[in-house]
Design a protein around this ligand. Structure first.
Ligand code: FES
Length: 118
């Protein structure tokens, strides 16, 4: 059985078979989720955020994943490499900190230019 996964904030989607990891689905959808360990739960770089509804459509976090994530579990974080898709789901890929800083600077510069024009 296939399920659709949607990645926020890009809105990109992929249709994958049940049991596919979110990391593999992201690669299929062309969504970049950082990884250094190749999905072996060694790098903790593949964090995604899921709300309560989405969590019901993903496999449960194993004790080992919960241990690795610590208090982030309560904030809705999962590891994309360990989260298996069990239904139609939407997940959020947190923005890279460097990209977020650049985006904020560009937005501030754009706002300054707009203010100068008025
Ligand atoms: S890809 Fe390294 S922990 Fe998930």
């Amino acid at each position: 059985m296939n399920h659709e996964i949607t990645f926020k904030p890009s809105g990109k989607k992929a249709t994958v078979s049940r049991g596919t990891s979110v990391l593999a689905a992201a690669q299929r959808a062309g969504v970049y989720i950082p990884t250094r360990c190749g999905g072996k739960m060694g790098c903790l770089m593949c964090k995604i955020q899921v709300d309560e509804t989405a969590a019901k459509h993903l496999s449960h976090a194993a004790a080992s994943e919960q241990r690795k994530l610590g208090s982030l579990v309560e904030q809705g974080y999962r590891l994309a490499c360990q989260s298996k898709i069990e239904g139609a789901v939407t997940v959020t890929v947190p923005e890279d900190k460097l990209k977020a800083a650049i985006r904020r600077q560009l937005e501030a510069a754009r706002q300054e230019r707009e203010d100068e024009l008025w």
